[in-house]
Design a protein around this ligand. Structure first.
Ligand code: UD1
Ligand code: UDP
Length: 380
């Protein structure tokens, strides 16, 4: 029997911990020949290579080397370079993850070449089309053949948009698979000890959304609030390259770095980061992935956004939305309350990759004919 060739697409930091568990699960199944395609959207070693090492991913089979650029440049370059690979060596299936520019670009190439394509982490919606990720999610989900969702809200969003039910399969949250695969290494990593951080004595900060870090007014307000919050609790802040650039461009870096109880560090690898996160007293973030990891770990999370595509982390988990003007107050509230663990959403159990493989096999062995026609939505 010939093997099914599957391309797994990795592009940016939040993709690697979603791709790795699926890579390992497919690799151990002789039915599949798995190839890793790195688009090169993130390229600094601490935004990319460090994750390949931590997560046991091999060097990519294909590297598109697209680098940074405007949205159109990045999306277009990924499309041009991936199309060339597909024309030379066509995969049987391609899997895209998350919501970055590369996700939508690869899905478009596959849809036009009639290569079956799956979206892992499908159906999430913030309803905020000013965020580039929301556009990427809408485009990707509209054209993928199979949609693997993490939560019931995602299923409902897709059904409401008119996606046929037989394209949707709830598999759970694959980020938890990465955590469980590396739990021992994360627990034994010495990151906290090396930094002299006692358990639950510090907050962990990440920021990179354009709405928070590109506008000097908002970024300045956040810097002020973080400095004040650090008087309540020590803060550790691995600074994303977009944020570093903006802090420096707007003359805010020195002000923040001068904070006595705030430590600015380079972005850290997955194992180190999770070692810090598991025992943090709280997280302050605008990351998508962190909202989910804090819910899984029971760490209180303040998300600096007016909305979230991950509402289950608020309704069931430990996440709370806040704004740049209310951060200090929100930190005080958390520190004054007993930590409450929240609930872990269904199927966030470390076995999502297994369910993905089973789903793929079912599609390969029992293909469902698609008419390519979506049912009529409510007439208006
Ligand atoms: C991207 C994703 C975002 C995701 C985030 C995760 C899009 C539209 N955005 O945002 O959804 O949450 O990654 O971190 O796909 N840079 C470096 N080195 C790198 C990568 C980036 O210096 O390895 C700098 C460059 O100045 C670049 C800037 O960061 O212009 C932004 O990078 P880009 O990938 O365009 O967007 P992110 O903000 O990282
Ligand atoms: N992360 C990491 N090191 C860091 C910051 C984040 O390993 O310095 C991990 C984090 O645990 C999560 C993922 O990166 O698994 C989230 O990536 P990011 O916040 O860049 O993207 P988003 O999830 O917002 O798309």
């Amino acid at each position: 029997m010939s093997q099914t060739i599957v391309h797994l697409i990795a592009a940016a930091r939040p993709n690697f911990m979603k791709v790795a568990p699926l890579f390992h699960a497919l690799k151990s199944d002789p039915e599949f020949a798995v190839r890793v395609v790195h688009t090169g959207q993130h390229y600094d070693s601490n935004m990319s290579d460090a994750f390949f090492t931590d997560l046991g991913l091999p060097a990519p089979d294909y590297h598109l080397d697209v680098g940074s650029g405007t949205h159109a440049e990045q999306t277009g370059t990924v499309m041009i370079r991936y199309e060339k690979i597909c024309l030379e060596s066509r995969p049987d299936w391609t899997v895209v993850v998350g919501d970055v520019n590369s996700t939508a670009a690869i899905a478009m190439v596959c849809a036009k070449l009639h290569i079956p394509v799956v979206h892992l982490e499908a159906g999430l919606r913030s309803g905020d089309r000013r965020m580039p990720e929301e556009i990427n999610r809408l485009v990707t989900d509209a054209i993928c053949d199979l949609l693997w969702t993490p939560s019931p809200d995602a299923d409902e969003n897709l059904l409401r948009e008119g996606v046929p039910a037989d394209r949707i399969e709830r598999v759970g949250n694959i980020m938890m698979d990465s955590y469980e695969l590396l739990r021992d290494k994360i627990e034994s990593a010495g990151t906290r000890d090396e930094m002299g951080l006692a358990e639950r004595s510090y907050g962990l900060v990440t920021l990179h959304r354009p709405a928070n870090v590109d506008d000097p007014g908002v970024l300045g307000q956040l810097v002020g609030q973080l400095l004040q919050a650090s008087e309540q609790i020590e803060l550790v802040f691995p600074v994303h390259p977009r944020t570093l650039k903006s802090l420096k461009d707007h003359g805010l870096y020195r002000k923040l770095a001068a904070g006595r109880r705030i430590r600015l560090v380079e972005p850290v690898g997955y194992i180190q980061f999770m070692n810090l996160l598991t025992k943090a007293r709280l997280a302050i973030t605008d990351s998508g992935g962190l909202q989910e990891e804090t819910t899984y770990l029971g760490v209180p999370c303040l998300t600096l956004r007016p909305n979230t595509e991950r509402p289950i982390t608020v309704t069931q988990g430990t996440n709370r939305l806040t704004g740049a003007d209310r951060l200090l107050e929100a930190v005080r509230d958390i520190l004054a309350a007993d930590p409450s663990a929240g609930q872990c959403p269904e199927l966030w159990d470390g076995r999502t990759a297994q369910r993905c493989v089973a789903s793929l096999k079912a599609r390969i062995h029992h293909p469902r004919p698609s008419s390519g026609v979506s049912p009529m939505r409510d007439a208006c």
